[in-house]
Design a protein around this ligand. Structure first.
Ligand SMILES: [Zn+2]
Length: 409
């Protein structure tokens, strides 16, 4: 049984490594061509950033495999011997928190490298070590309190019900919905400062845009994203017809009013097409499949791991293997998501106009230094959004013989 799990993980590992190597080769080739979409300097930078992050992902993928191997072969069993409390629920919660804590600490060096070396070098990360440290402390504290409570509840469900996976699924899904609901109102303000938008013209333009889509605003806010990162973004929060609009200060600084409205129009397109609900349904389905799998693990697996099929081991296995399962499901969800993005682009360009959305997308990519296209395998495996060149083509832009075509063959 153990061989099967390891075999499956190795397959996952090989596909990921192969895709990363293909992507590196693709971008190495593409960067030698005449730059398209981005300014020449940013095109080269975007290529270099992509290659550097793919190389980092080669290392982390191998490292994660090593961690997985250690946990599966003796880590889970060893932790079972170390963590021992009379109270089974407390025992389960501590076991899972220690398991996650160890993984967190072991992957921290890579996070530090990404934030303070890679993202600094390419001019994304503006975060001060102090802010990073405070963020980490806040996250860890919240995780211990809320994660601990969640795992106690989950362990209770696993220990109590025979068909626990159905109840476990219902409970987890309710928690996911709840977090999504409170995220913009409760969690974002813990990390960032939201201030009402000062620009009244922009504010009333945004309100008119929402009206057209049959929604109304419960406030337009500016978020101080620039204290961490230079990348641009915007989002809508809130359920029902009343929406809170949050614009990153970095976005307001770079886009014209018309471009901002086109970007918000794109987001409104997701509401108009009920994409948010569809995404929720898709993640419910994904979660359901995972619970159905982990609720029916064969006993032979626990025997080969030399552990009891106790609640905390089931949860740890879930956490270890869920990346593999979501990786397997991602191509289908990515495909649906990319389709939805095209439709939202069409909606956004109707709200404002094609030129404004095109200009906004190009500026976003230029500022975020995101490479405008990718190897087809990378797109199929990971992309939730179509590559920029494909989106721009749908918005009426034509590329003459370019790197894009040269690399496709
Ligand atoms: Zn979108």
């Amino acid at each position: 049984m153990l061989e099967w799990i390891l075999g499956l993980y190795c397959l996952y590992l090989l596909i990921k490594l192969y895709a990363a190597l293909m992507e590196i080769g693709f971008v190495e080739k593409a960067k030698r061509f005449e730059p398209i979409v981005l300014s020449a300097a940013n095109y080269r930078k975007a290529a270099a950033y992509k290659i550097a992050s793919q190389k980092l992902s080669l290392v982390t993928t191998l490292y994660d495999f090593m961690l997985f191997f250690v946990w599966i072969t003796f880590g889970l069993r060893r932790l079972n011997e170390i963590v021992f409390f009379e109270n089974t629920l407390l025992n389960s919660a501590v076991y899972v928190l220690v398991f996650i804590g160890v993984n967190y600490l072991l992957s921290l060096p890579f996070d530090l490298y990404q934030t303070f070396v890679l993202d600094k070098k390419f001019g994304f990360s503006t975060i001060a070590p102090r802010t990073f440290f405070l963020d980490q402390c806040k996250s860890v504290a919240m995780f211990i309190v809320f994660g601990g409570a969640f795992f106690v509840a989950m362990a209770y469900i696993i220990d109590t019900f025979k068909d626990w996976w159905m109840y476990g699924f219902a409970f987890s899904f309710a928690v996911v919905l709840f977090i999504n609901m409170i995220y913009p109102v409760v969690i974002v303000p813990i990390f960032n400062k939201l201030t009402p938008l000062q620009d009244e013209n922009l504010q009333s333009a945004i309100e008119r845009l929402l009206d057209k889509a049959g929604l109304h605003s419960s406030g337009v806010f500016c978020l101080d994203a620039s204290k961490r990162d230079n990348r641009l973004n915007a989002y809508f929060g809130g359920l029902g017809r009343s929406k809170r609009v949050v614009l990153f200060d970095t976005l307001i600084a770079k886009l014209t009013t018309s471009e901002l409205l086109a970007v918000l129009g794109h987001e409104l397109g997701h509401f108009a097409h009920k994409d948010i609900l569809k995404n929720i349904a898709a993640s419910a389905l994904m979660l359901f499949i995972m619970f159905a799998l982990f609720g029916n693990l064969p006993l032979g697996l626990f025997e080969s791991l030399h552990v009891e099929p106790s609640a905390h081991v089931v949860i740890a296995l879930f956490l270890l293997l869920s990346p593999v399962i979501s990786f397997a499901m991602m191509p289908l969800f990515g495909l649906l998501s990319r389709y939805n993005e095209y439709r939202a682009d069409a909606y956004g360009s109707e709200c404002e106009n094609q030129e404004a959305l095109r200009a906004a997308l190009i500026k976003l990519a230029d500022e975020n230094k995101s490479f405008p296209f990718a190897h087809p395998l990378t797109i199929a495996l990971y992309f939730t959004h179509p590559p920029l060149t494909a989106r721009l083509e749908r918005l009426g832009m034509r590329f003459e013989s370019s790197a894009k075509d040269a690399c496709a063959h």
